[in-house]
Design a protein. Structure first.
Length: 141
């Protein structure tokens, strides 16, 4: 990946719907050259897909929490990745070192919904314990 590729990826991260022509104007390439570079980046797996950024508040998912998870000795993080993949309330899942095994960042409707998510997690045989921290305020860069 050269500097132009990195600039193109940066522009697509800002707005994945912008045209190749618009990107080309910024980086000084033709539309066709940008298209070829983007296709090469997709084929190489650098660009893995495109997604819509949604306002989770508009979806009614206003409460955020971190759920710390401990697994049974034989559990695999893959089990949690698979379970979390289809759950719209899971923002991110992390495998961590230390006295915990994983952390889920969730965004739910309310406390009742959070309790449902916790019950779902605690119902998994590989999960031996959870600890929840509700996020009061957040900022990201």
């Amino acid at each position: 990946m050269d500097d132009l590729d990195q600039r193109i990826v940066g522009l697509l991260r800002e707005d994945g719907r912008q045209s190749y022509a618009a990107i080309g104007r910024v980086v000084g390439l033709s539309t066709a050259a940008v298209k070829r570079r983007v296709e090469r980046l997709e084929t190489a797996g650098v660009i893995q897909g495109y997604a819509a950024m949604v306002d989770r508040d508009q979806l009614g998912l206003e409460l955020q929490a971190f759920i710390d998870i401990r697994f049974a000795g034989t559990a695999r993080m893959e089990d949690i990745w698979k379970a979390a993949e289809g759950a719209p309330y899971v923002i991110a899942a992390y495998a961590v070192a230390g006295d915990l095994d994983a952390v889920l960042h969730v965004r739910v409707r309310d406390i009742v919904h959070l309790q449902e998510v916790l019950a779902w997690l605690r119902g998994k045989p590989e999960v031996t314990g959870t600890r929840t921290r509700i996020i009061l305020e957040a900022r990201s860069s």
